[in-house]
Design a protein around this ligand. Structure first.
Ligand SMILES: Cc1cc2nc3c(=O)[nH]c(=O)nc-3n(C[C@H](O)[C@H](O)[C@H](O)COP(=O)(O)OP(=O)(O)OC[C@H]3O[C@@H](n4cnc5c(N)ncnc54)[C@H](O)[C@@H]3O)c2cc1C
Length: 390
């Protein structure tokens, strides 16, 4: 017996937003429900990705949600600066929310905000409505993507924490390409870098970011750092337009069976569909979305289940290597020396760097990343004491 919907998507953030857009593009008549506990979709994020992260077929249906796009980007370390050719793009939460709302505005689909999922099963979700009543929503495929949660991942982890401010500068700032990592700043509280996106001639997103041992985020201090950084670069701030923060687990150990293809599908960051070293989840979220959209809802765990198993297996394999890199980064290098690892990484061929971000590393790439003189700053004592085991 068919359910109320083809897809019940629990959590209206990045992962399920991309799934909704992909499904609408490939299955125009699909009945999609999004269940989101917040008053609005997508939260408060600026999500970015490299052009090379996306399956080519996705570019078309993602286009309406793209907020800004650049050709090339830069990185800077104390001993190495580099201009990379790869394109970079960002999706602001409000643009994703607008595109997803339009995709759901069709008979048979539903956007349920202020509604919290209490029980999530393979073919139904029990929700608590804004008026405190409960209700069962049935669907052929249930996909839960409820966001980053170290406890849900059962992870041994470091943290990527950051505060970003979108600012209007007093005059044109002159920056034309994103600065993905400016690690020439003082290295305190872990690997630290400033991330800068030129959103308009007088508008920047400036994020102060730390790969830290602690999840504590001192927002007031980071605001001060952003102000000082902007001033030092000749970009006096006229106005802070908005602010976003993140504290993301960067684990070196997770359960071996994550991500899994079992129903209900646990997708997004909480399901292990993310990059443990960068904290990015856009690339793999896009691939999961393309995968879900390519088959009818009933086949996701049914007739075509092998394809989902394959996707989960590929991600587990990539995760294994990335978790090992985090182990080395967080356990073998003192916090103020971690930047050496990234500085060395950014001397690799650009194609390897692209595949690293996309979590599509080949065996040759993996060897390239590990082989050779270890980066400076490594604590041999820590490495020998901790051994190879995770
Ligand atoms: C500020 C910020 C910026 C980031 N920038 C990037 C970036 O540039 N590139 C990148 O690749 N990654 C980025 N990330 C990392 C990662 O991509 C994001 O965390 C991403 O939002 C994860 O997607 P998700 O769908 O798993 O979770 P989310 O986008 O967090 O969505 C989860 C949703 O589920 C809802 N929810 C939770 N529980 C329930 C429930 N019981 N019932 C109903 N709804 C529920 C939440 O309210 C939320 O809306 C960023 C993270 C943050 C915090």
């Amino acid at each position: 017996m068919p359910g109320d919907f083809d897809y019940a998507l629990v959590g209206g953030g990045l992962q399920n937003g991309l799934i909704a857009l992909a499904v609408r593009a490939h299955q125009p008549d699909a009945r999609i429900a999004i269940i989101e506990r917040a008053p609005a979709l997508a939260g408060n994020h600026t999500w970015c990705f490299h052009d090379s992260d996306l399956p080519p077929a996705m570019a078309a249906w993602l286009a309406p949600a793209i907020t800004a796009r650049w050709i090339g980007h830069d990185v800077a370390f104390p001993g190495h600066r580099r201009a990379l050719a790869g394109g970079y793009a960002c999706v602001a939460a409000e643009d994703l929310a607008t595109a997803v709302t339009a995709a759901l505005d069709q008979p048979g689909s539903a956007l349920r905000t202020r509604t919290s999922a209490e029980t999530i099963a393979a073919d139904h979700v029990v929700v608590r409505n804004p008026d405190n009543t409960t209700e069962t929503i049935r669907a052929s495929a249930v996909i839960a993507a409820r966001g980053p949660d170290a406890a849900a991942l059962d992870a041994a982890t470091g943290w990527q924490k950051f505060l970003g401010q979108e600012v209007r500068t007093t005059g044109p700032h002159g920056l034309v390409r994103p600065m993905l990592m400016d690690a020439t700043v003082p290295q305190v509280d872990g690997f630290r870098f400033v991330y800068v996106l030129p959103l308009a001639p007088d508008r920047l997103l400036i994020e102060d970011t730390y790969f830290s041992d602690s999840a504590h985020l001192d927002a007031a201090h980071l605001r001060g750092e952003i102000g000082r950084y902007a001033l030092a670069h000749g970009w006096p701030i006229a106005e802070v337009l908005r602010e976003e923060t993140g504290v993301l687990p960067l684990p070196w150990r997770m359960p071996d069976d994550l991500p899994a293809a079992a129903a209900p599908l646990v997708a997004g960051y909480a399901g292990g569909w993310f990059h443990p070293v960068t904290g990015y989840s856009f690339p793999i979220a896009a691939r999961v979305a393309a995968h879900v959209a390519a088959r009818p809802a009933a086949d996701l765990h049914g007739a075509d289940r092998g394809a989902l198993d394959d996707l989960a297996r590929q991600q587990r394999k990539q995760l294994g290597f990335a978790l090992r890199l985090n182990w080395m980064l967080f356990r073998w290098f003192p916090p103020d020396q971690r930047y050496h690892v990234l500085e060395r990484f950014y001397r690799l061929p650009e194609a390897t760097i692209r595949r690293f971000y996309a979590l599509e590393l080949t065996a040759f790439d993996r060897a390239r990343i590990l082989i050779g003189r270890p980066p400076r700053g490594m604590s041999w004592r820590a490495a020998l004491a901790l051994g190879e085991a995770r």
